[in-house]
Unconditional design. Sequence first.
Lengths: 720, 155
Amino acid sequence: MTLTRRALLGQGLGLCLLVALPAAASPAADAREDRPPGEPVDEEVPFGAWLRVAPDGAVTVMLAATELGQGVMTALPMLVAEELDIPLDRVRVRFAPAARAYRFSFGEEGPIRMQLTGGSRSVAQLSEPMRRAGATARALLVAAAARRWGLPAGRLHTAEGAVHGPGGRRLGYGELAAEAAALPVPRGVRLKPPSRWKLLGTSPPRLDTPAKVLGTAVFGIDARLPDQLAATVRAAPSFGGRLRALDPAPALAVPGVEDVVVEDTWFAVVARDTWTAFRAARALRPDWEPGPHAGLDTKTVEDHLAARLDADRGFRVRGDGDLDRALARAARTLEAEYRLPYLHHATLEPMNATALVDGDRAEVWVPTQNQQQSLTALHRATGVPRSRCRVHTTLAGGGFGRRAEVDVVEQVGRVTRRFPGRPVALVWTREEDFTHGFYRPAVTARLRGGVDASGRPIAYGVHLCGTNIAERYVPPALANRGPFLNFVVEGLAELPYALGAVEVRFTRAELPVPVGSWRSVGNSHNAVFKECFIDELLALGGRDPVEGRLELLRDAPDHARVLRLAAETAGWGGPGGARGVAVHASFGSVVATVVEVSVEDDRLRVERITAAADCGPVVHPDIVRQQVEGGSLFALSAALHGGLEFRDGGVAQDNFHAYPVLRLARAPAVDVRLVRGSRRSRGGVGEIAVPPLAPALLNAVRAATGRAVRSLPLSRHFTV
Amino acid sequence: MRLLVDGEWRAVEVEPERPLLWVLRDALGLTGTKYGCGIGLCGACTVLVGDEAVRSCALPVSAVGDRPVTTVAGLARDGEPSVVQQAWIDLEVPQCGYCQPGQVLAATALLRRNPAPTDADIDRAMTNLCRCGTYGRIRAAIHLAARRIADGARP
């Protein structure tokens, strides 16, 4: 995540005002509450925005980031607990309301702060405020104890959620909370040096695990409010399509149906329960106006990208040296075209949101990655002033970037305002979820490169064409020149290899397919172009993929380190199947992945994955391992099976039979290694394993077959 | 209509063709059973009918009859997680967690009919989708539960 994205995500997002606290576990209880904004619940004493201390000494940590599976519900409270000297099992968590206080930074470079879980930045960017909140509260509690006992604070210490003094004196945090919170907030509180950390760097049990295993965890789809209605929607099946006419009678004839809500490009069926709404929606025969893109199909998309590359030289994003001259000087040269498809997120929990519009207030319970824009969407859809809108975040059944979009909040707001005082739970069908996504853009890249007489790569040129997702936020003229280009060129623009001549060019695609962030964003395609073509050039020069890369990584020691670690762990060069490797930096971390495959006739099998990561100082190593294991398999699923197809101007696949995803039987073991003694600052974790997987896999396929496969998914080339 | 769910007889007034999933979630408030695809492909809605793992989104409630239905909420005994649930907790299987009730029930059905499954047995039985990629830990947790069953735990 760079300044580019920071800058543009800030566009068009207005002010958010403080809204009241959500109770994570109980929407019903929360709806009955009508607390003034920001009022603490029960007897809890607030210590700033981030934490509260209850009379029994339990500490509640407010989470500015959404738990999508990436572990923030555990890692963020660990940061507080470390500084506060309280056992993790005495810490409770609550998702923060959409409010200015909970916006957080995109990094050191820019002033933009957003309440949006994305860019793998939650732990990296919140670690300082969370630690500071814990340390400040601790200092206040010590000061309160010092006053009670008439002793200097320096003679007291904290442990296990209590302040301890000479002669066995002890006061629990709960006993001190009210006094402590009333004291002046100290300045310049010191954070614990890493040498004194007891919790950070260890792997205590995740706080969300038991509820998720026992089935008591409340996801968005599980929100239950008194007297709630259910709804489902159908939107135009083609891009740019509209609803010309709809006879609601067949739906209204279904017992239990309350209403059919008709909008410009979609309609909703509202019923007493979800299944009735689903059934009634199926009974309708909407007359859709197909819109201007009705002829679009899969081939249109591929042809368009190729034609644009033919017609346009592209905007030069990076140019080191003279590529044409270097190619002319090269002993051997190579050209290749790589084609990558549109991808869907396919979160297992379909899009959903539950809302209530009552009098002059509106509330939504939603598994969102984007509290800030959810508030705006609720306000716009219901007409309720922002100050009376509340966003309650629930657990999310996967996100991967899809839940950064707030389309479903807009829809539930439009529907719910017709039912004053009655909550409406909107749930999309899986079919709606597949066909109305914000997809990872298809990207085609043409590459040119060369090696010198010794076989060393000396020229690397890439020209890519696709939709820049920055166009979602700023006009194309602004999006496709200058810093906003980072969305589409990230990972290529920072090519780490010492190559002499490097050129990166970008040509804008003009396609109507909706696009958005998909786990690792531009890195998800650019790592393929970068790592597959370097592998091809090393092969052209007779170099080993690992040794050859190391030679080119002399200015990138962290890349070299993870590459060596992954190669050693995977038994590179030793017995076993064909192996491929890739190394890629994203979100402030570096990951090297080795994939081992076997190919017999047309059957491709992935046997083993090894991934080494350097993320800087790690809060919870096992969560990092989970993310690298899971991110590798998420990416493997996409590389083997993922690829949207289009027909009649819309998405052709509507469920998992047509868009398969990886199952257990084909999921290889993932061996994860974390670099010890990292020299990096704290990097991201949630997305970093995705980029290197596909290129490592394609490189392994080339090692196994001698043939460079240059398009995905692999299911179009092999039986997988 | 009467249904035996998680050890209790429950009366429900629903259409006979209504899938069991939506009876559990909406009529009985058992939201641990998840909607994922609606056509029996993803397994998020997996429950036990008798000892068999069934995709409840594709099973009309009228087809259940007198057979006992077990959801994720009915696995714990005396407030203690089942041996499969405990293995899931010990190995930190879940990430987002949405598929895990179905995974736990599919694993429970496997272990009840085959208390010592091989990797190939697990491959065949565990067809539920997980988008977070927890498959490696699911496999390890099934083996862990199998070891505990061999030591006398009840699946």
